[in-house]
Design a protein around this ligand. Sequence first.
Ligand code: MG
Length: 203
Amino acid sequence: MKIICIGRNYAEHAKEMKSEVPTEPVFFMKPDTALLKDNEDFYYPEHTKDLHHEVEIVIKISKAGKHIEEKFAHKYYEEIGIGIDFTARDVQAKCKEKGLPWEKAKAFDGSAPIGKFVNKSTFADLNNINFKLDVNGQLRQQGNTKDLIFSFDKVIAYVSKFVTLKTGDLIYTGTPEGVAAVNIGDVLTCSIEGQELLSFHVK
Ligand code: MG
């Protein structure tokens, strides 16, 4: 399986990163070794001094497809979940400065914690889902999918033009504003519409 991540998919986050709001989706990938499941502990990586959380709604692909039309994209996923796109912000800044790829900043082991999935039929409107990240019991990031620049279906249509999507692939759909540093000892807890789906310790 592969992990596809959408960058700058919420305008307020693009602004806080002093990045342009994109006119077409920006995506990058993480390998399967980035996944961190079952609320396992996350070990702060040695190659960064400025690790940031990015809480994101995650789509689980349920059927293989290529060149999927936006109007049919909803047939390619049944479940959504929530995860963290961990980013070594200092390493990413250096990569950006030099025009180099981001893998060291984004794709390291454990950089994609993922929680439990829920059937999408649980939600009345996928374009109006509240989600949040608490750090040590305090609200740190919150978003609503109505603020997505590119909806789930648009993202699937766009990415599948270039990359065949396969059953089990995950798409991290982008983070709202409020990204910040995490520290050893923190507990990160992620919820969708008040339902806690992911909680883990940083060690
Ligand atoms: Mg992200």
